[in-house]
Ligand binder design. Structure first.
Ligand code: 9YT
Length: 165
């Protein structure tokens, strides 16, 4: 847990954070909203690699991530959501750095994620992170729009950031 001067607390998630994570993702209006159950399971079983930011008991940010079971040197960052009123304060960046500093991320050498081409905020965030870590960013084709049911989903570009120091 890290307590910042403005009383923003960033910590590992717990199962009870699931519904608040669900609400934060829903409120972004741009991320893919999964079931409340999915967030409860993520916050519980993947707490070592997920983070929640809260202030005065209110959740203002959520990051979900997990180590790739096929290659644990890879941390896949699934979703990053920050309360609209709190954007631009670096909360997303701080949550990710918090996750990376944990003992549970020892041995992580590469970060992978996908971002929709229109999600400029997330692209900026990960480019800033790569610069701060002194890492390269490779961008390639991720999950194509055609993979998603219906025609309501954009392509997801694939980002690889590494090697981490
Ligand atoms: C890093 C991030 O937030 N990616 C989003 C992936 C996907 N569009 C989703 O789950 O919302």
């Amino acid at each position: 847990m890290s307590r910042e001067s403005d009383q923003l607390i960033i910590r590992k998630t717990e199962a009870r954070d699931g519904p608040r994570a669900w609400q934060l993702v829903k409120d972004t209006g741009v991320l893919d909203l999964n079931s409340a159950y999915a967030y409860i399971v993520l916050c519980d079983y993947f707490s070592d690699t997920c983070a929640i930011a809260e202030e005065a008991g209110k959740a203002v940010g959520f990051v979900s991530a997990f180590r790739d079971p096929r290659d644990p040197s890879v941390l896949f960052i699934w979703q990053v959501a920050v309360d609209a009123a709190r954007r631009g304060e670096g909360i997303a960046y701080r949550m990710i750095r918090h996750v990376l500093r944990r003992a549970s991320c020892r041995g992580v050498r590469t970060i992978e994620l996908t971002i929709a081409p229109t999600n400029r905020a997330s692209q900026g965030l990960f480019r800033k992170l790569a610069r701060a870590l002194g890492c390269d960013v490779q961008v390639g084709r991720g999950y194509e729009a055609a993979m998603f049911p219906g025609d309501a989903h954009e392509d997801e570009d694939f980002y690889r950031i590494g090697p981490l120091p």
